[in-house]
Design a protein around this ligand. Structure first.
Ligand SMILES: Nc1nc2c(c(=O)[nH]1)N[C@H]1C(S)=C(S)[C@@H](COP(=O)(O)OP(=O)(O)OC[C@H]3O[C@@H](n4cnc5c(=O)[nH]c(N)nc54)[C@H](O)[C@@H]3O)O[C@H]1N2
Ligand SMILES: Nc1nc2c(c(=O)[nH]1)N[C@H]1C(S)=C(S)[C@@H](COP(=O)(O)OP(=O)(O)OC[C@H]3O[C@@H](n4cnc5c(=O)[nH]c(N)nc54)[C@H](O)[C@@H]3O)O[C@H]1N2
Ligand SMILES: [Mo]
Length: 916
């Protein structure tokens, strides 16, 4: 979303879903996992909207939708790509919108080559590193070359090491300048429009049938419904969650939806957009003010060793002064952050203490860290609100990794499996680990719950809401804020008087939060620091009211630039709770939304290029000729007095360069990106590849998997052979993992509650009656599910909610596995963990694991116990012939011999591009 629109968050408030005429929920079980937000889907339906659920399983969301369309997990790019093709070939795209607000008319570098020309690869691929050099994807420059990115290395390991995609949470990727070449007729073969058209030409309804398992009739219904509900008068909204993100091409699934929505004119308008449904109460908050290894607050990237060595290099790379839009002020955001953290120690003559920031020297994501633990490179580990022994992919690797630590701190509400693995994990049961051999010292520290502390949550729609403390935490339970404040005080006391240079960053920190009568820091003082204040002049000490006030000269401080305004006038705006959000249709008096309290992003696009609403029915923000301002139902997401017809010189740079129709103000060219010349590590356009493990051969190209996915070819991370390779029939079924209404994630908050445990007491698997018959599975009996990494047992739930799919003439069965159970001794209920089945392969953009699609076998009965369990897994491994090479080849051999499952007919569609 960041690369397409300029910001990584959901495009609008959940409440706005009520204004949609059609809602497509794809990649989420919204009714069960986001029930509060789902009230607005229900409201839309009441107003006449059509709701469609595209999901491998029939769920409680499907039950209340107008239509459920079953899909094979991991195939969404084909379905969405075919919708794009349908819109373009049937001339159903929103012409005025597309020409004015997207990069459809922009010309691309003449050296660009598409996957359609190169058999599944884009130009610039380096098979050695698995990385793309995106130079040829660039916009064409007037003098023949391409428009590059300022101060950024084009490719190399470091690009994906730092998961660059995460950085576009609050602004699109930078370009050197916005002096692009355009052909507004869209006829030039190198326009984005023509490239997109060619790229998706083979994504036909028949391809959808053969890859996704969706009938031509169902496709037609979906295509007709969304196009009939788009245009001037009507809008369609998409909603997704982790059914889209947890794939090796997760970012590209979402990109495909952004292209579709831009072509239909469904961004920035009431009832349109894409709802990125965020999981935990403050997951949006935890990327805004990040717990990610590669980000600083407000999506400023963590500096990288070698390329961001100086402050000047960093600022030039993050936001060049020459580009359009608000990211050109990155220097002001960075200096203000450094002033917030290091106060008087951040001075102009030391580059605002820039050198106090650590530098990234490689990927330090959670999975790489676990592998480093296994290599004894990590001594200690803090687990704060996380239960990786159950909740992270490849559970066995997580537990074995922790057993290599010297110390582990777990702060949690309960004695979760990650705190007790040393005595009761599956590895203890199998004899792989012995308690007496584990040297890890585990410190369990009880945590206060969300009702026992005050603070802010930032949810799906970027809305910061304040939570007041309801009761004091019992016993020794402590809030995170209090814990870290005191830990910091203790460390600083220990270091006091040190003359060692390396202690300066800790000693110079501003660490002076006011405290209450119990000595606990006041949460509002942290909010005030995040908001920022003037440091000099007549307003010294007063809170800032907008990020436009931030300066690069040391006169302002702000802990997270996108949050500036949340404490405007010294008032906690996040605590606003006018009933119903107040009279405005945008419910603007409830909480505070970043940026600048805008509820709907890109809302300039709700008006036509002349500034008039596209229709009366969908009016939202428009140009008021008399006042010379943008007005309407929300804070305009545009310079308030920039007239619709403005054509400033793009060379001006920054917000001043934004033209009157540059509706995507965070993008370096002001446009929504159908084609992404920068920002994605795995290609400028989404294209279909199969998941890391798949019983289906890629029908589009010989290239089976995404060539730039992050792979870990290790003996403890074997993959099931994919279709076409020998041994694929050993793991013939697709499994996907998901959530239940009655449990929460790894179970720390639900498996310890008797009420919820009683409602869903046991781990189970969902299988179709056909699969149950094929494998002799008894309803409510036991089944053992085997992957090349593990074997787990589960109760069998035989249900017609699971549909066998016909893919390229073969039947493909999918198995649904909830991931809430884990093996341990303390919870009310325990059971085998779905995550033990999963291996580790990641999306290169955001380093998310592929936990929504894997290959497995299923057989009746319980799994063996003790060492016999390991024997069973080994037996499967050797039968399949899986080695570290399996599925870990970057470029699939086009000439490889496709081995069809015995007894089934040759199917040309399945044999791929080489014989197509
Ligand atoms: N009750 C409850 N609510 C929760 C949570 C919980 O644990 N329990 N967890 C919270 C959290 S942290 C999160 S992130 C959210 C997650 O919210 P959701 O993403 O809605 O939840 P999931 O059940 O993980 O997966 C969503 C759906 O994706 C489908 N799916 C799997 N693979 C594919 C695919 O390739 N394509 C398509 N189209 N669909 C696919 C699954 O069948 C599943 O129905 O829920 C939040 N809400
Ligand atoms: N197979 C598979 N794996 C998945 C997913 C999937 O769909 N399929 N989904 C992934 C997703 S989206 C998510 S979000 C993760 C979740 O995975 P985890 O974060 O590992 O699991 P949780 O159970 O949510 O862990 C949160 C812990 O925080 C504790 N807690 C609650 N409040 C507080 C607090 O205020 N302070 C402290 N210190 N602790 C607190 C809870 O008791 C709980 O044990 O799982 C991921 N893993
Ligand atoms: Mo999540």
């Amino acid at each position: 979303m960041g690369a397409s629109f300029g910001r990584g968050g959901a495009t609008q408030p959940l409440q706005d879903m009520a204004n949609a005429d059609c809602i497509v929920i794809q990649g989420s079980n919204m009714a069960e996992c986001h029930p509060v937000g789902f009230q607005w889907v229900t409201e839309a339906k009441k107003r006449g909207a059509t709701v469609i659920h595209v999901d491998p399983r029939f769920t409680r969301t499907s039950a209340v939708a107008d239509k459920h369309i079953p899909i094979r997990a991991g195939s969404d790019v084909v379905l969405l790509g075919a919708l794009i093709n349908y819109i373009l070939t049937n001339d159903l795209w929103f012409k005025e919108y597309v020409v004015a607000y997207t990069n459809a008319a922009t010309l691309i570098n003449e050296n660009y080559r598409d996957t359609e020309d190169l058999g599944g690869l884009f130009s610039g691929f380096d098979p050695e590193t698995g990385q793309y050099d995106p130079t040829t994807w660039s916009y064409a420059d007037a003098d023949g070359g391409g428009i590059g990115a300022p101060g950024q290395e084009a490719s190399g390991q470091s690009a994906s090491d730092s998961a660059t995609g995460d950085q576009y949470g609050s602004g699109g990727p930078p370009l050197e300048h916005a002096g692009v070449q355009r052909d507004d007729t869209l006829q030039h073969p190198r326009t984005v429009f023509q490239i997109v058209k060619r790229h998706y030409a083979r994504y036909t309804p028949e391809m959808v049938r053969d890859v996704c398992g969706i009938s031509v009739g169902d496709f037609d219904y979906l295509a007709r419904t969304i196009t009939q509900n788009s245009g001037r008068e009507r809008t369609t909204c998409f909603a997704y969650a982790v059914g889209w993100t947890q794939h090796t091409l997760g970012a590209q699934f979402i990109r495909t939806a952004t292209i579709l929505q831009l072509l239909l004119g469904n961004v920035g308008r009431p009832g349109s957009g894409i709802m990125a449904l965020r999981g935990h109460a403050s997951i949006q908050g935890s990327t805004d003010i990040p717990t990610l290894f590669n980000l600083l607050p407000g999506y400023l990237p963590m500096p990288k060793a070698g390329s961001h060595d100086t402050f000047a290099e960093y600022v030039e790379a993050v936001g060049s002064k020459k580009q359009k839009g608000f990211w050109a002020n990155a220097d002001a955001y960075t200096v203000s952050l450094l002033k917030a953290w290091w106060g008087d120690a951040a001075r102009e003559d030391n580059d605002w203490a820039y050198d106090y920031l650590p530098r990234l020297n490689g990927p330090h994501g959670t999975y790489q860290t676990v592998m480093s633990m296994l290599d004894d490179e990590v001594e200690g580990y803090f687990l704060l609100g996380q239960n990786p022994a159950v909740g992270s992919a490849h559970g066995r690797m997580q537990r074995l990794g922790m057993a290599h630590l010297k110390w582990l701190v777990v702060r949690d509400l309960n004695l979760i499996e990650s705190a007790t693995f040393w005595k009761d994990s599956p590895e203890i049961a199998s004899g792989e680990l012995r308690t007496e051999d584990i040297e890890t010292e585990v410190f369990f520290m009880p945590a206060a719950t969300h009702v026992e502390k005050a603070g802010s949550f930032t949810q799906t729609q970027r809305l910061v809401q304040w939570r007041h403390q309801a009761l004091a935490p019992p016993g020794q339970c402590q809030s995170e804020l209090d814990f870290f404040f005191k830990l910091g005080q203790r460390i600083r006391a220990k270091l006091a008087g040190s003359t060692d240079e390396r202690d300066r960053p800790l000693l110079d920190l501003t660490w002076d939060y006011p405290t209450d009568e119990h000595g606990e820091p006041l949460p509002e003082s942290v909010l005030a620091e995040i908001n920022g204040c003037h440091l000099t002049g007549p307003d010294e000490g007063t809170p800032l009211s907008s990020y436009n006030e931030l300066r690069a000269d040391g006169s302002t401080a702000a802990g997270c630039w996108i949050y500036t305004g949340v404490y405007a006038e010294g008032v906690n705006q996040a605590a606003r709770r006018a009933p119903g959000g107040g009279p405005s249709p945008s419910q603007s008096e409830w909480g505070w939304a970043w940026p600048a309290d805008r509820r709907m992003l890109y809302n300039r696009a709700s008006a036509d290029p002349d500034g008039k609403p596209w229709s009366d029915r969908k009016k939202y923000v428009w140009w008021d000729e008399q006042q010379g301002r943008w007005v309407g139902d929300d804070v305009p997401d545009f310079p308030a007095d920039r007239a619709p017809g403005s054509r400033p010189d793009p060379a001006l740079g920054g917000p001043a360069a934004l033209a009157g129709d540059d509706a995507f103000i965070m993008q370096p060219d002001g446009k929504g990106w159908l084609f992404a010349p920068r920002g994605l590590l795995d290609g400028p356009l989404p294209t279909h590849y199969e998941p890391q493990e798949s019983p289906v051969a890629n029908a589009l190209y010989p290239q089976q998997q995404s060539p730039s996915r992050v792979i870990f070819p290790r003996k403890d991370n074997l993959s099931a052979p994919s279709a076409g390779d020998p041994g694929a029939d050993v793991f013939p079924y697709v499994f996907t993992t998901y959530r239940l209404t009655e449990h929460h994630t790894a179970g720390g908050m639900s498996r310890w509650l008797p009420y919820l445990s009683e409602l869903q007491p046991e781990m189970f698997c969902e299988v179709s009656p056909e699969l149950a018959a094929e494998r002799g599975l008894e309803p409510y009996g036991w089944a053992t599910i085997v992957s090349p990494r593990a074997a787990i047992e589960a109760r069998v739930l035989v249900t017609e909610r699971m549909t066998p799919l016909t893919i390229g003439g073969h039947t493909v069965h999918q198995i649904g596995l909830p991931y809430h159970w884990g093996v341990g001794g303390d919870a009310v209920v325990s059971g085998d963990a779905a995550n033990d089945l999963l291996g580790l392969t990641l999306d290169p953009n955001v380093q998310i694991q592929e936990s929504k699609a894997g290959s497995c076998d299923i057989r009746p009965g319980r799994r063996p116990q003790g060492p016999a369990l390991l024997q069973l897994i080994e037996e499967y491994q050797s039968r399949s012939g899986a080695t570290t090479e399996t599925d870990n080849v970057r470029i699939t051999d086009p000439a490889r011999e496709i081995i069809d499952p015995p007894g089934e007919q040759d199917d040309p569609a399945k044999e791929g591009w080489s014989r197509w």
